[in-house]
Design a protein around this ligand. Structure first.
Ligand code: HEM
Length: 444
């Protein structure tokens, strides 16, 4: 199939978390262990009727339910071994086994993970999203009743909630850039798709995120062998990222002291956006709230006119995570490493000026893709935890796995180095899941 041919997505068979997302204020992540295989299979078939799909809504629902499985979970459902083997290697191995590639060492090592993550006990993840905590509690009670009936147990659960003003714990507005996906809606593009040359954009091919559709190369990505099981499914990456807010603030303040005393500007240089979301590539000298709030302008940049990183540093978080047109091949390379992100903060905010209070807070990072190795793992290992792809040597993202020796380069004449960098983000759990389509849930 040529990349120009249009595709029809089975929106009512694709789980809504994959293509639509909800950005509801509260979410429960419930990790489940199955008992008897037959009871677990009948739970899976039953829950299929409750799962929120990507079909367009007449009005936004109050709650949403989504389900995904680990390789151990598919085995617990008695999926035949020869079929299981057709899933991708990272999924079959699980995230803990991939720790060397992901940089999960020291305090981020799997032996320090919490909530049973990284062990064979986790079979499924149920995501419950709601507009209010009361609605979420009601949904959680419903889920618990269905699990008890199926003889399944809850290994752990994590509640996450949006922070005031839509920021994450380090204080940056989050949830701004998301790839436009082909054939999803008739709505106008928001300049977040694939680069199409000369500053133009087109949607990313659906097969980059959903199994059973052509990808950016125009081919069907490798998927589990059976179409009934694989089609409309996606791989979900779950990472529980603990944020040391006091350490991040102290690191920033120390560096800003020598950076013209401009903490706001340095904070923007680290991420590539001012804290309100204004992109540095468009507005390098000041925040522009109207620009930040406009979905048709706040992603309309490509770094093409800023090859040296004077406006947005080459090593800034968003430029690393999506280098847009600043890598060779006119964006073609970048288009193969896109992620649909569905992150949510957890834990209470640390008030300004308060020293570390020891409370666990951070980001539940989740992303969806068709190929864990080419998408999440590549971005994490080659772009977040290494600088060579960008000519930055062993510089890492400010949010990377630092050991107190690294630096971040803020391009300029002369360049400014933020160093030494300590670890402010620690992985405290993670896993790879398969999120089947409704057809897949019924097949299982
Ligand atoms: C964008 C924060 C970890 C991938 C952003 C933005 C913020 C942010 C503030 C800009 C807002 C937006 O574009 O939506 C964080 C924090 C993290 C974290 C605080 C850890 C605690 C990660 C990780 C990955 C990642 C682990 C992937 C491996 C991305 C991507 C974008 C992004 C792909 C969009 C870039 C673009 O398209 O311009 N992040 N992030 N982030 N982040 Fe992160």
């Amino acid at each position: 199939m040529r990349p120009t041919e249009t595709v029809r997505l089975d929106l009512d068979a694709i789980q809504g978390l994959v293509l639509r997302g909800y950005r509801m204020p509260v979410v429960d992540y419930v990790f489940v262990h199955f008992g008897d295989a037959a009871a677990a299979r009948s739970w899976t078939g039953g829950v299929a009727g409750h799962v929120t799909t990507a079909a367009p809504w007449q009005s936004k629902p109050d709650t949403a339910v989504n389900v995904a499985f680990t390789a151990a979970g598919l085995r617990a459902l008695n999926l035949p071994e020869e079929l299981l083997r057709t899933f991708s290697t990272p999924f079959l191995q699980g995230m803990a086994a991939r720790s060397a590639r992901l940089g999960d060492s020291g305090s981020s090592a799997p032996e320090n993970w919490v909530g049973g993550l990284g062990t064979e006990r986790v079979h499924a993840l149920v995501l419950l999203s709601a507009l209010t905590p009361a609605q979420l509690t009601e949904r959680a009670e419903w889920l618990d009743a269905t699990l008890a009936e199926a003889g399944a147990t809850v290994v752990s659960r994590r509640r996450a909630a949006l922070l005031p003003d839509g920021v994450e714990h380090f204080g940056y507005f989050d949830g701004l850039s998301q790839p436009d996906v082909e054939a999803l809606d008739d709505k106008p593009l928001t300049e977040q798709g694939a680069m199409a040359g000369r500053g133009r954009w087109r949607p990313v091919r659906a097969g980059e995120f959903v199994l059973g559709y052509p990808d950016e190369e125009g081919v069907l990505p490798a998927a589990p062998a059976r179409d009934e099981l694989a089609r409309n499914g996606s791989y979900l990456v779950y990472r529980r990222l603990r944020q040391d807010v006091a350490a991040f603030r102290a690191q920033l303040a120390r560096a800003a002291h020598v950076y013209a005393e401009d903490e706001d500007l340095l904070a923007a240089k680290l991420v590539g956006r001012w804290r309100d979301g204004t992109p540095l590539d468009i507005s390098p000298h000041r925040r522009d709230p109207a620009l930040a709030a406009d979905p048709h302008r706040n992603n309309a940049f490509s770094y093409e006119d800023d090859p040296s990183g004077y406006r947005c540093p080459i090593g800034a978080h968003i430029r690393r995570m999506n280098p847009r047109a600043s890598l060779p091949f006119d964006g073609k390379l970048v288009n193969r490493h896109r992620l649909i992100r569905r992150g949510m903060p957890y834990g209470p905010p640390l008030p300004p000026g308060v020293p570390d209070d020891g409370v666990d807070r951070g980001l539940v990072f989740t992303c969806l893709q068709a190929d864990i190795e080419r998408q999440f793992e590549f971005v994490q290992s080659e772009w977040l935890n290494d600088g060579n792809a960008f000519g930055l040597g062993d510089d890492k993202d400010i949010l990377g796995d630092h050991d107190g020796t690294g630096k971040m380069t803020v391009n300029g004449v002369p360049p400014f180095f933020v160093h030494p960098l300590t670890r402010t983000v620690t992985v405290s759990g993670g896993e790879y899941f398969f999120m089947p389509g409704i057809n897949g849930l019924r097949y299982l």
